[in-house]
Design a binder for this molecule. Structure first.
Ligand code: CAP
Ligand code: MG
Length: 492
């Protein structure tokens, strides 16, 4: 039933009161009239109403109605504005998703309802945590600044004892790798006691650091049956590991947004690693109902994840569009990110907002230069500005939702590093290769050495085949992955 009070095509949605959304929407019986009706029903169900007008509504309650403010029937697109004051105070991300990615996905009146993009007004950003410990902090700890952070996931996913698990970590680190993560299902299983695993990882890390002279990081999955157990596992890691040498991995979709935000608020000085196992049910491009990878990315950054898996842009094994995954990676990192429909400015220009034209500052460089001009910091070195764009500079007067690190994983191997750097057009990401390292014909350490050599070849701009002549593990990788895996990638 058309719910007129949720429709206003004359609304000005840019006054800072509204979180904006765009949905791809197809009604059960696809006519233009039903499309408009469905849009108002989605607005009602995701704000104050139901499938039928509510007589009990008061004028104030009605003032909180979500509003359909723009429609494009040809493309089946509906723009809906939500007053962000309707959301739970205190920076609650879960509550927003309960509205705009909740009941509406179950409505029988629609056969397609996909949240394509979302936009947060700057006035709203100030109420949400955003990342605390960033990629820049991890780079400083590892002393790695001009290349991706090279990581692995221990495989088999589970089944190792603590000692076997730690041995695999040691082999990867001793081969030159920086970063190891638990796989997403690894937790506290009877064959691999969580606390013993942590103890053994610390021993392996000490051994590898002594041998290589470089620092290492391990991302411990702290997903658990309940929050107390999650915090107990996290606190044990803290008690055993050096500050900076560990991250907390959370299965953000299955453990939930409250777990993500609890970790962000309890441990602001730890890299918060958001694994997105399960996201495909919402984000696969062919799914008619759900939300996109850039939307998931925006909410993970708002919630304060330090890093999120954002996909391999068609180079790995997981389904995902090149465009979506690159948009997501840039949305994670940049001060100004261009989404499918909205340009998201993640900064708030305290006290100088009326003095500079934020409309002119429409991308990273402009926005940084605009603020530096105003603050007469023009003569800073390029590196300092770059470093500062990671949020250090913008603590005062300009503060911002700090960048989040894209984590690139899924079916990758050392031969796929360069293609991703070229697609990404940058190195600000962590890559984790599981099968692509632990299937190397000469073992895990050689897998790590092949990955390190592949990165060196890229940095020196030497073709892999050429560089492999003096790097045996890379040569073996070329022979193995080049033959075995070439057909496995979907470059669509
Ligand atoms: C990769 C992985 C990661 C996925 C997550 C796995 O292993 O450990 O969980 O990459 O996907 O279990 O598949 P491989 P995404 O390196 O052996 O593929 O990053 O797309 O969320
Ligand atoms: Mg995994």
């Amino acid at each position: 039933m058309l719910q007129k009070k949720y429709l206003n095509l004359d609304l000005d949605p840019t006054n800072g009161q509204y979180l904006l959304t765009v949905f791809h929407l197809i009604p059960k019986h696809d006519t233009e009239e039903n499309f408009i009706t469905a849009a108002t029903e989605v607005a009602a169900e995701s704000s104050t109403g139901s499938n039928i007008p509510i007589r009990k509504a008061t004028p104030f309650a009605d003032s909180l109605n979500a509003i359909v403010y723009k429609l494009d029937y040809e493309k089946r697109l509906a723009w809906i504005a939500y007053q962000w004051r309707q959301f739970d105070r205190g920076g609650n991300v879960q509550n927003i998703l309960t509205y705009i990615a909740g009941n509406i996905f179950g409505m029988s009146d629609v056969v397609a309802c996909k949240l394509l993009d979302v936009w947060f007004p700057q006035e709203m950003l100030d109420n949400y945590d955003g990342p605390s410990y960033t990629l820049m902090d991890m780079r400083n700890y590892l002393n790695v600044h001009d290349r991706p952070i090279l990581g692995t996931i221990i495989k088999p996913k589970i089944g190792f004892t603590p000692s076997e698990y730690a041995q695999a970590c040691y082999e990867f680190w001793s081969g030159g790798g920086d970063f190891v993560k638990n796989d997403e299902p690894q937790a506290d299983q009877d064959f691999c006691d969580y606390f013993k695993m942590v103890d053994k990882v610390r021993e392996a890390m000490d051994r590898a650091e002594d041998e290589t002279g470089t620092t290492k990081v391990h991302s411990f999955n702290v997903s658990a049956p309940d929050f107390d157990t999650m915090l107990k596992r996290a606190d044990y890691v803290i008690s055993k590991m050096k500050p900076g040498s560990f991250a907390f991995l959370i299965d953000g979709i299955t453990a939930g947004w409250m777990a993500v935000q609890t970790l962000r608020r309890h441990y602001p000085n730890v890299f918060l690693h958001f694994h997105r196992a399960g996201h495909g049910a919402m984000t696969r491009p062919e799914n008619p109902i759900g939300y996109t990878v850039p939307v998931l990315t925006k909410f993970a950054r708002l919630a304060g994840a330090s890093g999120l898996h954002t996909g391999t842009a068609g180079i790995g094994k997981m389904k995902g569009s090149v465009h979506e995954d690159i948009v997501a990676a840039n949305m994670a990192l940049d001060l100004v990110g261009q989404g499918h429909f909205f340009k998201q400015n993640w900064g708030i220009i305290d006290g100088i907002k009326d003095k500079i034209d934020t409309k002119k500052a429409n991308n990273n460089e402009n926005i940084i230069n605009t603020v530096l001009d105003f603050l007469n910091l023009r003569n800073e070195s390029e590196h300092t500005i770059k470093e500062r764009s990671f949020g250090i500079f913008f603590e005062q007067p300009w503060h911002t939702i700090k960048p989040m690190c894209p984590i690139i994983s899924g079916g990758l191997n050392p031969l796929k590093l360069r293609p991703f750097i070229e697609v990404m057009q940058g190195v600000d990401f962590i890559t984790t290769m599981g099968g692509g390292v632990h299937s190397h014909p000469s073992g895990t350490k050689a897998g790590a050495q092949a990955l390190v050599a592949s990165c060196e070849a890229w940095k020196k701009n030497i073709p892999l085949e050429e560089y492999a002549k003096s790097h045996k593990p890379l040569q073996e990788a070329l022979e193995y992955y080049g033959k075995e895996m070439a057909h496995a990638y979907d470059f669509s």
